[in-house]
Design a protein. Sequence first.
Length: 154
Amino acid sequence: MNEKYSRRDIAIYKPNKNKTGGVAQFKISSNADCMFLECARQVGEIKSSNPYDWKNKITVKLGTPDICKLLAYLRLEKPGAALKLFHQSPDGTSKGIELKYQEYGGRPSYYLSVTHQKSKGGTPNKVGLPIGLDEVEYLFVGFRKALEMILHWD
């Protein structure tokens, strides 16, 4: 990784009392050629030492086109349709990312949903979490910086 940058991950933690929350972490790869999204469902109490199911986390590799689509979607004012990204592996597994604009209590926000289907007809592993406008700004800045690193624009 370029010595000019120190590694900083974007992490959004959303635990709740019902144990239906989740976490999303966006990380630059060690050689700065892509970004990884790691998500895990909440399985424990908020105050527990490990409320997330990291053993069954979902990891999605995000390339330049994925990051650009996410950035473009975040720039839209009140997008009508959700952004859907789909990745299928040669072994038949698939991973999907859906980012959806919504209004909650009259305030704009987003909802991130990430799924991993290990086999046709199997039950998918799914993580979902709300994303507030402050976190959208965090993502926007992080995605732009990730593109600069990946494309070596320094």
